[in-house]
Ligand binder design. Structure first.
Ligand SMILES: [Zn+2]
Length: 246
């Protein structure tokens, strides 16, 4: 059937787009770890010192712009990548004496770059590089997903179908309604957490744990945990096609 063929082709294209994204994510995360551990010669792209971070110099452990990651992009209907835009990644590592654990946050700048802030506790007693590596993976995938949603880096199939999901119930908190259930954020959170998850159930518990943190911090009401989770999981079921999510 022609229709089945088209469906299959679409699915394959989505899968290979994701694979390219995961490979790019892996490379960026390795490079960021090299920056954190001071092994600058191992970074896979040219880098430059970055001073426009807005932090007091004595708090900054390292700050670099990693330049020119090639991103193989595909165009609808083609089997092979057709153009190679580049993105840059800014990494700022600061010491934050008020933290007991590390914290990673990210931002994306439409069409061009990702900014990553890594906050480490003073002397970082646990030095849990494995956990930091995993958290960076989540953050980078989340931000790459945002870059793929708009502008010159927009990936194939970012239309109405892609952003559709159902929610059970009405969210009460503004942050749940306007941020966590914003369609581009739903995709960002699910894609970010999907990488470390071993199954759909594992993904569900990771997403729930994230939402429980929002609730514990008072950013959403407790009832919104299940409401937001229902939307995230519905999107996951419609859009994650990897074997582990069957
Ligand atoms: Zn986001």
């Amino acid at each position: 059937m022609i229709r089945d063929y088209v469906r299959e082709a679409l699915l394959n294209e989505r899968r290979s787009g994701r694979k390219i994204l995961r490979t790019l994510k892996g490379r960026i995360v390795r490079d960021i770890m090299h920056v954190i551990t001071g092994q600058l010669s191992k970074v896979s792209v040219p880098l430059a010192e970055y001073s426009d971070h807005g932090y007091a110099e004595e708090d900054v452990l390292s700050s670099y712009e990693l330049e020119e990651y090639e991103w193989e992009k595909k165009i609808a209907g083609s089997d092979t990548p057709e153009f190679y835009p580049t993105i840059s990644v800014t990494v700022v590592v600061v010491e934050n004496s008020s933290r007991q654990q590390f914290n990673v946050s990210g931002e994306s700048v439409e069409g061009s770059s990702i900014e990553v802030l890594v906050e480490l506790p003073t002397n970082w007693p646990s030095k849990n590089f494995q956990a930091l590596h995993a958290e960076l993976g989540n953050t980078i995938l989340h931000e790459l997903e945002h870059l793929s949603q708009i502008g010159g880096l927009m990936s194939y199939d970012r239309g109405e179908r892609y952003y559709a999901f159902d929610v059970t119930g009405e969210p009460q908190s503004g942050e749940a309604r306007n941020y966590l259930l914003d369609p581009s954020e739903v995709a960002g959170h699910v894609i970010g957490y999907s990488e470390g998850a071993s199954s759909m159930e594992d993904l569900r518990s990771r997403l729930r744990a994230d939402l429980e943190t929002y609730s514990r911090l008072g950013r959403i009401v407790e009832d919104d945990v299940e409401v937001v989770l229902s939307g995230w999981m519905d999107w996951a079921k419609k859009n994650l096609h990897g074997k582990k999510f069957k």
